[in-house]
Ligand binder design. Structure first.
Ligand code: TXE
Length: 505
């Protein structure tokens, strides 16, 4: 391992078992065991040092085929025959093992994504565990219905049965690798499906650890598989594979659209959770101290690499000056540092490539005339550690790209409004519809606005709250289908209708 990474790990006392886990080549997890990475490897890069961590298997369509066959065998074998309460016990056992492994998992997320280890400890890992705990309870509640047939002659018994949809492919991005994987896995397992996971080629570590923990927890081999490699190879092969019954994808809108089209060629069930440009409305009746705090965490959590980040704020004229000042002070007070530093709130972006994309957005905003409140100037005075300072642009017009395009970085764009109808019209502009937030102390105003905003998730006087009981998903270019909540179960179940003609006694 490179010396710079060694020093970084020593500075933050990374445990020896984590160091050895991230230093060895990463292969696949198929048929209940980890396979060594062979021949071709992709460089896995640590975002703070920019150094190579290790090599990742660059899998092939054959690897996908083996994983899908392994998932099918598990479905036709012990997993498919397992009583629901036994499935529940296994999912809860996995949650317990994750609790025991929580600090290890948090280290993997901080090292792989570059994210704050404090957030990984407080948000990513507990959030993932909560999903398994919540969905474990659903295994025993997937009942069909007995109906009273209303249009048939004679006596009939009519009822429905819920069955697992089959083999699920889960394609997952790099911003919350463990948590988003858990959104897919927990419900799929509860419904009795088997899974082939495709983590982002930038952040495969926690998926591999989770598959290992599941095998230790006693899941039969083949229930959870992980295939690593490039998206256009592995993701594409999964989307096209006739043995996959359901595809659940979280990532960018262009890739999601392409993957969805491929999946339809073999009539797969489909859930797409894509990008967003989530609006935030701050009315003159808002508690501005509270609003500023929530807006800052809504855009700067995970250095802005969050699909439902509140990345464009519309503030009513009367509240404008005070809010801008609170946001400026708050943004400048955020501690900057590497992910493993527990005090750092703003940490490196996932890759140099992605940082370059975010910088392009910042430069365009400067060119188009947005007013910089704080953060990255147009002069190119940049840090060299993968980090971008929290950046706020004011006086943004609807014609500017910074108010319309997903940046996926620590960049907030602000515009103003004088009457609420104009705010709603501006907020509802654009193709995305993932989330929206409203700040006001007038409860009626928040209820009316919540109804009028076009988004799958609405936050009132807060941002980015996530709970396993609540479905998460968007409208329009933000995709369709839901993760979490009972609504997600339908995506992993198929309903069979049974008609029994009853003869006279
Ligand atoms: O996403 P991709 P990237 C947005 C965000 C970000 C942009 C690019 O705007 O800047 O997407 O991020 C796999 N067939 N979001 O490049 O490419 C890939 O390996 C099948 C929003 O990481 O969409 C990874 O596992 N699969 C988002 C997953 O798709 C393919 C979170 C997502 O990668 C593939 C992340 C292909 N042809 C980024 N190409 C959110 N909604 O939270 C790639 N993949």
């Amino acid at each position: 391992m490179d010396q710079t990474i060694e020093r970084y790990f020593s500075d933050f006392s990374v445990p020896a078992d984590v160091r050895s886990f991230v230093a060895r080549p990463i292969g696949h997890f198929i048929e209940g065991k980890e396979e060594a990475a062979t021949s071709d490897q992709i460089d896995l890069v640590e975002p703070f040092t920019g150094q190579r961590l290790t090599g990742l298997a660059s899998g092939s369509a054959e690897d996908v085929d083996r994983a899908v066959r392994s998932a099918r065998q598990a479905l036709d074998g012990p997993w498919g025959r397992m009583p629901a309460l036994e499935r529940q016990r296994l999912i809860l056992r996995l949650a317990e093992m994750m609790e025991a492994d929580a600090d290890f998992l948090a280290h993997l997320e901080a090292i792989d994504v570059g994210k704050s280890i404090t957030d990984a400890r407080n948000i990513d890992v507990p959030g993932a565990i909560a999903n398994f705990q919540y969905f474990a309870g659903w295994t025993s509640k997937l009942d069909g219905r007995t109906t009273g047939a209303v249009a048939l002659p004679g006596e009939t018994l009519t009822y429905t049965i819920k069955e697992p949809v089959g083999v699920v492919a889960a394609i997952v991005p790099w911003n919350f690798p463990l948590q988003i994987l858990s959104w897919k896995l927990a419900a799929a397992l509860a419904c009795g499906c088997t899974i082939v996971c495709k983590p982002s080629e930038q952040t495969p570590l926690s998926a591999m650890r989770l598959a290992f923990l599941a095998s230790q927890a006693g899941f039969p081999e083949g229930v959870i598989n992980v295939v690593n490699g490039f998206g256009h190879v592995i993701g594409q092969a999964l989307a096209a594979h006739p043995g996959v019954d359901k595809l659940t994808f979280t990532g960018s809108t262009p890739v999601g659209t392409a993957v969805g089209k491929t999946a339809l060629d073999t009539m797969k069930r489909l859930t797409l959770e894509l990008g967003g440009k989530s609006p935030v409305i701050v009315t003159g009746k808002a508690d501005l101290q509270n609003a500023a705090q929530a807006i800052l965490s809504g855009i700067f959590l995970n250095s802005g690499q969050v699909c439902d980040a509140g990345s464009r704020v519309y503030v009513q004229d009367s509240a404008h000056d005070e809010l801008i000042e609170l946001l400026r002070i708050g943004a400048e007070a955020l501690t900057i540092g590497p992910g493993l530093d527990p005090t750092a709130r703003i940490t490196p972006l996932v890759s140099a490539l992605h940082r370059g994309r975010v910088l392009n957005h910042i430069e365009t905003a400067h060119t188009q005339g947005a007013a910089l409140v704080t953060g990255e100037s147009a002069s190119g005075d940049r840090r060299e550690d993968g980090i971008l300072r929290p950046t706020i642009f004011n006086r943004c017009a609807e014609t500017m790209d910074i108010l319309r395009e997903e940046v996926f970085g620590p960049v907030l764009a602000i515009g103003t409004f004088s009457d609420i109808d104009a705010a709603v019209a501006r907020a509802n502009t654009g193709d995305f519809g993932l989330a929206a937030a409203v700040y006001s102390e007038d409860v009626n105003e928040t209820i009316h606005l919540s109804r009028r905003l076009k988004a799958g998730n609405i936050y009132v006087n807060a941002h980015g709250l996530i709970d396993p009981t609540m479905p998460f998903g968007g409208l329009g270019a933000s995709g369709f289908g839901k993760d979490m909540g009972p609504e997600q179960l339908d995506g992993f179940l198929s309903t069979k209708s049974v008609y029994v003609q009853v003869r006279d006694a």
